[in-house]
Design a protein around this ligand. Structure first.
Ligand code: DP6
Length: 318
């Protein structure tokens, strides 16, 4: 039995933790769940105790194993048999493409199914989010908002994928895993960036602007607030000590290309996460032009095009 979840791309970003031990985000966020990329997880719990194992696309993976085991424990308790976890993805892992989001959303869904327990989606989202903050949003499809409470997070869908079928073109400029994990980078930013406090303080106004833009299907407003929020997050990263710069020259070339398309009135904007890949969000009418333009840039090694999709689910009959 397999469960599947898709990555989500935040337009208003999660960056910073209010409680590191519980992995509670310091700010709310708003995202879109993709449909073209996926993580699939299969969990089997043996009768006998022993070491858990994890394979990703057929290869043994020890790096993610501790987080995977810990996540399963949150659902089953730790007095359990050894878990055999298999993961399949159709995109690069740990390269700023939200692979942990789809992986942990799928893992929580697969584990509940494996042990025959039920829970509502918010409960599952909270468990996934306690392992990787952005994973909470991949439990839901379409447009998703997450609010950072003091005790726990709340997550809910604000519009379905088909309500506003945006497209996302992902330009991969470096498929290798990133040097600093987002969790580590955001802790460093909170401790050392002089701009961190104002980042947190100003987040509610960006969330309101983005939510209103989604409600009104106002692409221009969504573009403006998303690019602004992304660049503010990267400002916190750049001004951390030591600094964290995830971009490379191809990332910048992609940004410039998006700016050129905007000058020609193409409905497109960019966002960039903790990695050098650029995500161009556009209306369907611009998808082909955006794709062709980004594919032609030196240093772009892969292009993925995607619509918006569903939340995490069990793949029936798998
Ligand atoms: C830049 O969810 O990977 O993608 O909670 O430490 O696992 P942890 O962080 P993670 O951070 C995602 C950061 C981001 C922005 C976002 O997705 O909102």
């Amino acid at each position: 039995m397999w469960a599947q979840a898709q990555p989500n791309i935040a337009l208003v970003k999660y960056w910073g933790k209010s409680n590191i031990a519980r992995n509670l985000p310091a700010v709310g966020s708003l995202s879109i769940t993709l449909d073209g990329l996926y993580s699939r997880m299969s969990v089997e719990i043996l009768d006998d105790p022993g070491a858990d194992s994890l394979t990703v696309n057929g290869d043994e993976n020890t790096e993610l194993l501790a987080r995977v085991s810990g996540c399963i424990d949150l659902i089953t308790g730790n007095e359990r048999g050894a878990a055999r976890v298999r993961s399949e993805t159709n995109f690069p892992v740990a390269a700023g493409l939200a692979s942990s989001a789809s992986a942990f959303a799928a893992l929580v869904t697969a584990t509940y199914e494996c042990v025959g327990k039920t829970a509502d989606t918010l409960t599952k989202a909270r468990i996934a989010g306690s392992v990787s903050g952005s994973a909470a949003r991949s439990l839901y499809g379409g447009f998703v908002e997450l609010s950072a409470g003091v005790e726990d997070i709340d997550v809910w869908p604000i519009a379905d994928a088909q309500d506003w079928p945006l497209k996302v073109v992902v330009a991969v400029t470096e498929p290798e895993p990133k040097p600093v994990s987002s969790g580590e980078a955001m802790i460093r930013g909170a401790e050392t960036s002089p701009f961190y406090d104002s980042w947190v303080e100003r987040q509610p106004e960006d969330l309101t602007a983005a939510r209103t833009a989604v409600e009104n299907r106002d692409f221009e407003q969504l573009a403006a607030v998303s690019e602004h929020n992304c660049l503010k997050m990267h400002t916190v990263m750049w001004t951390s000590r030591p600094p964290i710069v995830y971009w490379n020259s191809a990332t910048l070339a992609c940004m410039e290309a998006v700016r050129e398309l905007q000058k020609k009135s193409e409905p497109v904007f960019f966002t960039i996460d903790a990695g050098p890949q650029l995500k161009a969000v556009c209306l369907p009418s611009a998808e082909e032009t955006v794709r062709d333009t980004l594919a032609g840039i030196d240093g772009v090694v892969e292009i993925h095009s995607s619509g918006l999709g569903l939340g995490a689910r069990v793949l029936e009959g798998s």
